[in-house]
Design a binder for this molecule. Structure first.
Ligand SMILES: [Zn+2]
Length: 189
């Protein structure tokens, strides 16, 4: 999938989780952090692709993306269970650095970030290439499994652009509309 699809999907799934957590402390700050984090972690697995969206989002990212080209191969460790655990551990320690006065619920932020990360892996499983889920075991895993992989989605092609991307956006918008009273309460708390 392309970066834009991953980002909308990541923010939609992370926000759904956030809204379901009605007991979130200091909510407006946490909600802001959840959306920013989901925006980034939803494309984080693609740091193994030099042309990745995340490089475009970071300062000097385009240069780093180019330098990383020969070293990193497309869909590698960051698209695996091992990568998920490593990134999760990294984020856990990163969020620990956030001072209390920022008013961010670290547990909710971590889970939401990981949900967005996970949404990327799941979405990529539906693409032709699949992902090396059990890295370092190199077999690419996808949904549906072989020999039915012919019906999987081609990244960046018409089905993603004209069906998946609009559908994910629509889900995100409908979700916000349906939960607007709750979101408004969280924002005004
Ligand atoms: Zn990916």
């Amino acid at each position: 999938m392309t970066g834009k699809t991953h980002q909308v999907l990541g923010m939609a799934t992370a926000l759904s989780y956030f809204v379901s957590q009605s007991d979130v402390k200091y909510s407006p700050a946490t909600m802001g952090a959840v959306l920013v984090a989901a925006h980034l972690t939803s494309v984080l697995p693609d740091i193994d692709q030099p042309a990745a969206q995340i490089w475009a989002e970071l300062p000097f990212g385009k240069t780093i993306g180019k330098i990383s080209d020969p070293i990193l191969k497309h869909r590698n460790i960051t698209h695996s269970a091992v990568g998920f655990i490593l990134i999760g551990t990294g984020l856990f320690y990163l969020f620990k650095l956030f001072p209390d006065y920022w008013g961010i619920d670290r547990r909710v932020l971590l889970i939401a970030s990981l949900i967005a990360y996970c949404s990327h892996l799941v979405a990529d499983m539906f693409t032709q290439e699949g992902i090396p889920l059990f890295f370092p075991y190199k077999r690419m895993i996808g949904i549906p499994p072989k020999p039915f992989d012919g019906i999987r989605i081609m990244t960046g092609k018409w089905f993603e652009n004209l069906v998946i991307f609009p559908a994910v956006n629509l889900f995100f918008i409908i979700f916000i509309i349906l939960n607007w009273s709750k979101i408004k309460m969280i924002l005004l708390r």
